[in-house]
Design a protein around this ligand. Structure first.
Ligand SMILES: [Zn+2]
Length: 671
């Protein structure tokens, strides 16, 4: 893709220079401009004031860096910010003087901006450098979502939350925004009273200033983390302890209800810790349940997992998301992918651990059905990308494209199946768990690629078994085929996740189709009475969606009359049912579908509905539904919905994955 390059802004003391060459990204991470190969941040201090009236965060970020080579230039990432000034100090040269720094900025449409800061004094290899950048945010920041009172559940205060993964931390503050390095951080956040603040760090103090009617919250994260795990939330927040190390934070009106649904959170943490054979290092574990606009199911910010309220369904069927986020405490937060090409090391490992813990807590059948559904969605995503596209592999070549474009079920489910395949090569599951424990121990606090994983696996197998057996296992695990080859998993490796129950629900769907809507199958009670594993109902809905070509209005109508699918409150069912209802012009479901997309912000659930509207001739309706609630959605979700609404039909065949970026789409609309 062609990139537009322009100098946006020069520092007050900077010299004018024209830059027409493409901006070089980091040699360690193609999604960042930071020159972390020559100088690396190891701590930063964010000091900011938050104004809800102006919707601005203003302050400074002081980075503490270490020069790996002699260096006179520091490159940071930023997006949607105004850079006000830059100054630096090299304590080896002077411990008191802050020097104004020359800086210039460059931008492109995919990765935000590069901030180049030039040091008059050269830092020598090993020197510590302090860099102070003053800045404020704009409403272009893709990390920050400002909510009105009306968009919250308690309706008393405005609300702010951030979402940084993969490359949006640069929309909160200028920094080296790459998972290839890890830093500790401190933060001082001043807010109007009575707002409360939480971060992915330990809260040290709250100091109230009566004159300005503000409170300053101080935080410290003393465990090094990648930048995408920075998280900030401000609002009318309350906290309830669940047990000695778990708790829940949300708005006061829903606190008791959510604490009830999450009453077994401590058990999930204990079981996960036991499974991975490595201690939980983060101290406490807290889930923050966000307002409904949160665009994803969960985000594994350390000490403050963010969760969509869609996981709080009373039937408990979505609690696996909590297990997933807990598992990230090891795969992702402790051992981290070095760049976004290796994201499966976070997500594939985590999905696998999530399923194994679900199998222990809720039974093998529950976990198998999760994998069965995950397998179907991963095949759908591959169909969207194309079977030979690297995005259909565990090594998507994101290069200079926003890594958001490669976020799909492939990373999760194909990665999960690879781990399952590896596990099955061992004599017993505990041998595999031992491997996990050693792996997490060896790479704690580090960022790695799949090559380190492969090496550790080979070493472990050779130490564990005799040489004939070990070499046999190693030869059966083809990392190139599994990781780098696009398309389905290697031939002969297929794992069957079907269970007797899932087969019965698929058959029920097939029977409905066979009867053509003129009569109902005899055993519809299995659907009506199912209350232990609601995901079996999702299997049924998935099957009618997969067989969309054999469905018609009459069959759909009969299913709805028998099974009340339109009225189901489970979003996993809505995600499959509403697109099908729209495709078959089943008008009785349209009002509920509208309410569904206007009350949920989680993209997984709503993007398929918007896509179905546009594909089936309801583009105006899609725009109307979106436009009525456009301030409700998170900026990233809103941008993705706009991509769907304003894209051509041909582009929609590739879903919303490979189309122009949102700013171009906005321009298209203005024309
Ligand atoms: Zn995850």
């Amino acid at each position: 893709m062609h990139l537009k390059i322009a100098i946006l802004l020069l520092g007050t003391a900077a010299f004018a220079r024209s830059v027409y060459d493409p901006i070089l990204t980091s040699s360690m991470d193609p999604s960042s401009y930071a020159n972390v190969d020559v100088i690396q941040t190891y701590d930063f201090t964010l000091t900011v004031d938050v104004s809800f009236d102006q919707q601005v965060i203003k302050g400074s970020n002081i980075l503490t860096l270490r020069a790996i080579q002699d260096v006179s230039e520091i490159v940071l990432d930023y997006q949607g910010l105004v850079i006000e000034s830059a100054s630096y100090q090299i304590p080896n040269i002077s411990t008191t003087a802050w020097n104004e720094a020359y800086f210039e900025t460059q931008t492109d449409s995919q990765l935000g901006n590069a901030l180049r800061v030039y040091l008059t004094d050269k830092a020598k290899r090993g020197d510590q450098v302090l860099l102070d950048i003053k800045f404020h945010t704009t409403n272009e920041s893709l990390a920050i979502n400002w909510l009105t009172k009306e968009q919250t559940s308690s309706g008393t205060l405005q609300y702010l939350y951030t979402k940084c993964e993969p490359i949006h931390c640069r929309g909160i503050a200028p920094l080296q925004d790459t998972p290839s390095i890890k830093t500790t951080y401190s933060a001082y956040v001043t807010v109007p009273q009575p707002y409360r603040v939480n971060m992915s760090a330990v809260c040290l103090s709250q100091d109230e200033y009566p004159q300005t009617k503000t409170t300053m919250y101080s935080f410290r994260q003393s465990i090094p983390i990648p930048s995408y795990l920075l998280a900030l939330v401000i609002g009318n927040l309350a906290q309830k302890t669940i047990d000695y190390r778990t708790s829940v934070i949300t708005e006061p009106d829903t606190l008791e209800e959510y604490a009830g649904i999450l009453k077994n959170l401590g058990n999930l943490l204990n079981e996960t810790e036991k499974y991975v054979m490595h201690p939980y290092i983060w101290g406490k574990y807290t889930i923050l349940v966000l307002p409904p606009s949160f665009p994803v199911g969960g985000m594994e910010n350390p000490l403050l997992t963010f969760a969509s309220p869609t996981i709080m369904v009373k039937d408990g069927s979505q609690i696996y998301v909590a297990t997933h986020e807990i598992a990230h405490s090891w795969s992702g937060n402790l051992v981290t992918c070095k760049d976004w090409l290796n994201l499966w090391l976070n997500e594939g490992f985590t999905t696998f651990i999530e399923r194994r813990v679900s199998a222990i807590v809720d039974g093998e059948g529950f976990a198998s059905v999760e994998s069965l559904l995950g397998n179907a969605s991963y095949y759908d995503d591959m169909a969207g990308y194309g079977q030979t596209n690297s995005y259909s592999s565990l090594y998507p070549l994101v290069n200079h494209t926003s890594p958001d474009s490669a976020s799909s079920q492939v990373t999760y489910e194909k990665g999960q199946q690879f781990m399952e395949y590896i596990k099955n090569q061992f004599d017993k599951e505990t041998d595999f768990q031992e491997f996990l424990g050693q792996y997490f121990n060896k790479y704690s606090y580090q960022s790695i690629t799949f090559l380190e994983t492969r090496l550790t696996f080979n070493d472990f197998v050779r130490a564990k078994y005799d040489s004939v057996k070990a070499e046999g296992i190693i030869s059966r695990v083809n990392w190139v085929d599994w990781v780098q080859t696009p398309g389905p998993i290697p031939a002969g490796s297929k794992i069957n996740f079907e269970t007797d129950e899932s087969r019965a629900f698929q058959k029920l769907a097939d029977d409905y189709i066979a009867l053509g809507g003129y009569s109902s199958p005899a055993n519809i009670d299995i659907y009506i009475k199912e209350d232990k594993n609601v995901n079996l109902k999702v299997v049924f809905n998935n099957q009618i969606l997969q067989r969309q070509g054999d469905m018609n209005y009459r069959i759909l109508s009969r299913i709805d009359t028998d099974l009340s699918v339109t009225a189901s409150e489970n979003p996993e069912i809505g995600q499959r049912w509403f697109p099908l209802a729209i495709a078959l012009n089943y008008d009785k479901a349209f009002d509920t579908a509208k309410h569904y997309v206007q009350s949920i912000g989680r993209q997984k659930y709503i993007l398929p509905v918007y896509t179905a509207l546009v594909r089936n001739g309801y583009r105006n309706k899609a725009y109307q539904w979106y436009n009525e609630r456009k301030t409700f959605y998170h900026p990233i979700a809103a941008a993705n919905i706009r991509k769907i609404i304003f894209s051509s039909k041909r582009q929609l065949e590739g879903y919303d994955k490979q189309i122009e970026n949102s700013r171009d789409v906005d321009n298209l609309f203005l024309q």
